[in-house]
Ligand binder design. Structure first.
Ligand SMILES: NC(=O)c1ccc[n+]([C@@H]2O[C@H](COP(=O)([O-])OP(=O)(O)OC[C@H]3O[C@@H](n4cnc5c(N)ncnc54)[C@H](O)[C@@H]3O)[C@@H](O)[C@H]2O)c1
Ligand SMILES: [Zn+2]
Length: 340
């Protein structure tokens, strides 16, 4: 087991990589504990949950609303929770977001922690202290910056994850390698088959690497004023596709990474050889590289992208690859982007 510490102005957090779910009791406080999960995770793991009251939401993005958070707060009140109570989210990114948000606003904030059960949650959603919910179709538009006390990642729990969801997590792993670590990229290329067959050692290594990369960036810039924007690699185009084509976040990010690589090639920051390596890796991991598989609405996607919150006047802050393992944020004119 390896602990990755995250210290920011909103608190200290610890990611427990390669820790067993069975050891969760070691990290819980002596006060009253309440569990938030979703119906799928409950079905698979309820028997192994520590013995505390459980509130289970419907699986999926639709549960990430202010209303569901309010329902959780009502339930906490009914159950006699107080300022000293602790909220434990056990689930994927949706459960982590909703539990982190509810804990941050209930009685102006109670302590919370996560057991991250999806690959995406382990490598991304559970790390960094952002807890957001959606409002009227706007993603993560209401939320808080607040660190969980801990995040437990147990690779054994990934075995029950549906294949589609599993592959979604790969896109964020590749993203982390592209942002900060060329050796990690080579490792992924070498071990792509092991990843797809859920090799525990390989996944544990990649979760740890991802967590360390994200932790370092978050500690340098918790509130996304500068370097944290690097984590948006592949997400500007990706978010727009996710919204327009209604595909999963991981697939959309994969298409966004391929697009960012192409723009980086045009800007002469990335070689053709590296672009080919990136595209080939995404394909090997069974991830898509073009939106055309899902929709022909290029203009609608483009318009959705320029409506993105990162837009400033007639340009967009865009994360470009400087070779593999390094990125740079540049303003790109909207007209120029249109050409790509
Ligand atoms: N806060 C952040 O910094 C941050 C970062 C990235 C993503 N996110 C958010 O995370 C969410 C996506 O996360 P996700 O992909 O984990 O989605 P999710 O939580 O919906 O989980 C995906 C599916 O897998 C199921 N599942 C989860 N763990 C399982 C397990 N061990 N066994 C069987 N089934 C399991 C869930 O029930 C769900 O149906 C999005 O809402 C996104 O906005 C947040
Ligand atoms: Zn993402």
């Amino acid at each position: 087991m390896e602990r990755v510490k995250i210290k920011t102005t909103t608190g200290e957090s610890e990611v427990l990589c390669d820790e067993k779910f069975e050891n969760i009791g070691k990290y819980l406080p002596d006060t009253s504990v309440f569990i938030i999960t979703d119906k799928n995770v409950e079905t698979h793991y309820k028997k192994r949950f520590p013995e505390y009251p459980v509130y289970s939401v419907k699986p999926g993005e639709k549960s990430k609303t202010v209303q569901v958070a309010a329902d959780i707060c009502k339930w906490l009140l009914e159950m006699g929770a107080d300022r000293k109570s602790f909220l434990l989210g056990i689930g994927g990114g949706v459960v982590c977001d909703i539990a982190g948000f509810a804990a941050s606003v209930f009685m102006r904030g109670i302590d919370f922690g996560f057991v991250a059960t999806s690959l995406l949650a382990q490598v991304d959603a559970s790390v960094g202290g952002k807890n957001g919910v959606n409002l009227d179709g706007y993603k993560n538009i209401v939320g808080t910056f607040n660190q969980p006390k801990f995040v437990l990642c147990d690779a054994n729990m990934l075995k029950t994850l549906p294949k589609e969801e599993f592959i979604n997590g790969f896109a964020e792993i590749v993203k982390h390698a592209l942002i900060a670590d060329a050796d990690m990229f080579d490792y992924i290329v070498k071990n792509a088959d092991e990843m797809r067959s859920c090799n525990k050692k390989v996944l544990e290594y990649l979760v740890l690497k991802s967590v360390k990369i994200k932790a370092e960036i978050v500690m340098a810039d918790e509130r996304e004023k500068n370097v944290r924007r690097k984590l948006n690699l592949g997400h500007t185009w990706g978010h727009a596709i996710e919204k327009v084509a209604g595909i999963s976040h991981g697939k959309a990010v994969s298409i966004g990474l391929a697009y960012a690589a192409l723009v980086s090639l045009e800007k002469q920051l990335l070689s053709k050889k590296d672009l080919d390596r990136i595209v080939s890796l995404l394909k090997t991991l069974e991830l898509p590289i073009s939106f055309r598989e899902y929709t022909s609405e290029a203009t609608i996607i483009f318009n959705a992208m320029i409506k993105d919150k990162k837009k400033t006047d007639d340009s967009i802050d865009f994360v470009l690859m400087k070779g593999i393992g390094s990125v740079v944020v540049e303003k790109i004119q909207i007209n120029e982007l249109k050409n790509y």
